[in-house]
Design a protein around this ligand. Structure first.
Ligand SMILES: N[C@@H]1[C@@H](O)[C@H](O)[C@@H](COP(=O)(O)O)O[C@@H]1O
Length: 261
């Protein structure tokens, strides 16, 4: 696992957009797994500005969703499908056909989950999966004690996650669904490159447990330790509880530029 400490969220966005641009250069039809929440927004902004400047060709790029609320009406502005269309697909100028996600409004939720896992595999798998992290260490919506081998399935949100996400629902926790569909941890681990971005001191404890703690289902993001190509990018505030911060800084400073992320 590589840990990169950047000065701020914008620098994190920049470095990941650069890695996505390099991937699309090597593989123009790459499948990018995108995350929601506030943290990844600087990534999408940085990538869109490279596209506008003509530095990246996204005409064949594909994007896929990590997770989704269950039960929000189709087209609800806070469904993750709407968020990804608004924050990623439209700014990058992709066609809606380049986008795939699970159906959170399906009557048979488990069938929708199975169909999504099958669709990801049929698409050739995710090339780069961008992840945020919950304050409790969740990735996607895999809450603590999710099986490290889990596949896409329905989960119940913790009270803390519903409180954290209420800001997207006008501060009304009652409006935050209890149930979600999420790529499982086993599904996420199949992506060829995992890139987790964490910013702000509220994530410092979860980051330390992810990077320096044991691999444990109680900290779902610690599963990244099992992946052969995982990159964790943190700003200074999110890095404050990392004991190995001096080592991570020295390693990155000495890294040859050609190596990329
Ligand atoms: N399902 C999403 C996660 O994918 C995201 O990582 C997390 C943190 O969001 P934020 O980046 O806004 O802190 O929120 C939600 O729970």
């Amino acid at each position: 696992m590589e840990v990169v400490i950047v000065p701020d969220a914008a620098a994190g966005g920049d470095i990941i957009a650069e890695a996505m641009a390099a991937l699309l250069h090597r593989k123009p039809d790459a499948l990018l797994g995108v995350a929601t929440g506030s943290t990844p927004l600087p990534v999408y902004q940085a990538l869109a500005s490279r596209v506008r400047a003509g530095g990246v060709d996204v005409s064949r790029a594909r994007v896929c969703q990590l997770d989704e609320y269950v039960g929000l009406p189709t087209g609800h502005p806070e469904s993750y499908r709407s968020v990804v269309l608004r924050e990623v697909v439209e700014p990058l100028g992709l066609s809606p056909e380049a986008f795939m996600g699970p159906d959170g409004a399906a009557e048979d939720v488990q069938a929708a989950c199975d169909a999504y896992d099958a669709a990801l595999a049929a698409a050739g798998g995710v090339d780069l999966q961008l992840l945020g992290i919950g304050t409790d260490g969740h990735i996607g919506f895999n809450e603590p004690c999710s099986s490290l081998a889990s596949r896409t399935r329905i989960k119940t949100l913790t009270e803390q996650t519903r409180v954290d996400n209420a800001r997207f629902f006008g501060g009304d926790i009652d409006a935050v669904p209890h149930h979600v569909i999420t790529q499982g941890i086993g599904t996420i681990l199949e992506a060829r490159h995992l890139v987790l971005l964490a910013t702000g001191e509220g994530k410092a404890e979860a980051v330390a447990a992810t990077v320096e703690g044991p691999v444990a289902a109680v900290v779902p993001a610690s599963a990244l330790q099992l992946h052969p190509h995982a990159t964790v990018i943190v700003d200074e505030a999110a890095a404050t509880k990392l004991k190995l911060a001096p080592y991570f800084r020295a390693t990155y400073a000495a890294k040859p530029a050609w190596q990329g992320l």
